[in-house]
Each structure stands twice: as structure tokens, then as C-alpha cells.
Design a protein around this ligand. Structure first.
Ligand code: HEM
Length: 126
């Protein structure tokens, strides 16, 4: 069975997805709340999310090799994440997947998987 990493199109497409995701976050007013949680430059965020997603999708474990266990929830604790931030993150990612023209079945599966991870990051009521 193919991994999500293979189905999406490997490294090149994972990079494109991350770049589109952060471009949208940077440009669109409706993602302003989550944009403001990030550093002025999104360069490091792009690289880290790319490395993380590579492994998360079933490809090379680039993030783990460089930084160890992701401890993703713990790493997000400095940022207040409620339903609002979770939903902005998801909307931004869904739009990025649409813009890349990912095949329908794949993007539906990824949407569900992203949602579980995003919901797990919540650390604030509301
Ligand atoms: C639920 C809403 C989310 C918000 C508001 C959010 C926000 C953030 C912020 C502000 C950072 C720090 C970026 C910086 O250094 O400037 C970060 C880092 C990161 N996020 Fe998220 N995030 C969310 C969900 C997710 C999800 C669902 C994933 C994975 C699928 C993810 C993966 C990462 C990774 C890998 C990092 C880098 C961690 C590190 O410092 O090594 N995030 N996130």
C-alpha cells in the first residue's frame, strides 16, 4: 500500500504544500490570528513543518532525525490555541491542498488526519 507521502507526490509536493500554506497565512486577513502567533519571518516555520510533514505522511523522518521526538502538543503550549486558531489553521491547510489540486480521496483523508492533530493542539477554552 502506498503511503500518503507517495500519494501526494513526495518531497517536491510536500514542500509546495507547506509553501502555499504559509503564503496564504501571510497574505489572507482571515488567518491573521494564527499569523500573529508566528515570528515575523516564516522561514524557520516553513522548514520545520516541511520536515515534520515528511515523516508524518510516511516519508523520511527528517524532523525526528534532526530534533528528536516532536512533542508537538508541548511545543505549542506557549501559544494560546482555541477552536478559533484550530479552525483558522485547518481552513488555511484545506485551501492550500485545494490550490495544489490534490486528488479528492487523498485530501479528504488528510483533512481528517490534520483535524485530529490540530484539535489535539488546543490548550485554551473558546
Ligand atoms: C491548531 C492550530 C495551530 C496553531 C495555531 C499553530 C501554531 C504554531 C506556531 C505559532 C508555531 C511556532 C512557529 C514559530 O517558530 O514562529 C508552530 C510550530 C510548529 N507547528 Fe504548529 N500550529 C497549529 C497546528 C499544527 C499542526 C496541526 C501541526 C502538524 C500537523 C503543526 C506543526 C508544527 C510544527 C512541526 C512546528 C515546529 C515545532 C518546533 O518548534 O520544532 N502545527 N505552530
Amino acid at each position: 500500500m502506498q503511503t500518503h507521502y507517495e500519494r501526494i507526490g513526495g518531497e517536491e509536493v510536500v514542500r509546495k504544500l507547506v509553501d502555499r500554506f504559509y503564503d496564504l497565512m501571510d497574505q489572507q486577513q482571515n488567518f491573521q490570528d494564527i499569523r500573529e502567533l508566528h515570528a515575523k519571518s516564516l522561514k524557520a516555520s516553513r522548514e520545520k513543518l516541511f520536515m515534520f510533514l515528511s515523516g508524518w505522511l510516511g516519508g523520511p523522518q527528517l524532523y525526528v532525525e534532526k530534533y528528536g521526538h516532536p512533542r508537538l502538543r508541548q511545543r505549542h503550549l506557549p501559544f494560546a490555541i482555541s477552536e478559533l486558531e484550530r479552525d483558522q489553521w485547518m481552513t488555511c491547510m484545506i485551501q492550500a491542498m485545494q490550490d495544489l489540486g490534490l486528488e479528492e480521496d487523498l485530501s479528504e483523508e488528510l483533512k481528517r488526519a490534520f483535524w485530529k492533530t490540530a484539535d489535539f493542539m488546543r490548550n485554551k477554552e473558546g
